[in-house]
Ligand binder design. Sequence first.
Ligand SMILES: [Zn+2]
Length: 192
Amino acid sequence: MSVRQNQLNSLISEDGLLLGHFPYAEAPKSDLISVYPGLEVHYDTFEALKKMRAAAAADGISLVFLSGFRSLDLQGQIFYENKSIRNQIAIERAKVSAPPGYSEHSTGYAIDLGDGTMRGTDFEVTFEDTPAFKWLKKYAAKYHFVLSFPKGNSQGVSYEPWHWRFEGTVDALREFEPANNRQRMERNSRSY
Ligand SMILES: [Zn+2]
């Protein structure tokens, strides 16, 4: 284990979260399927994505797949290299990118989506103003996709309108049970 990983481990909270992110294991290669060169997702995610993209296209919406499965190595590069470029401390960085071992992207069930007609909004909060996002808000649930980090989420992660996770199988649901549990608890405590 690297020095960096050791430093991160000292930031893990009592409930197992690291800087607001739940731990996720890397999906086995055998569960992954290539959508196009450089983008892989879990095969169950792939089937649902294909259907969702076709339905969107039929409504005149251009859904673009920006990022799917990420290995722990790649997530580490994103987390540490963006961090050093932006000269941010780990806590700030974790708001926009999960530390390695704590990204939903490792599961193969997460997908970052863009609008093919408004590529300037890729990975930007302004994605919420695109026709693609408005369509997703209405129809993504039909294909079992859930917005992982809505505004004011209980994990304290920055709002990411582009980041969706697939929850359409028992295996996928099991992966996200801790995150969903936390949201349920938060909702219940708010209703008192
Ligand atoms: Zn993402």
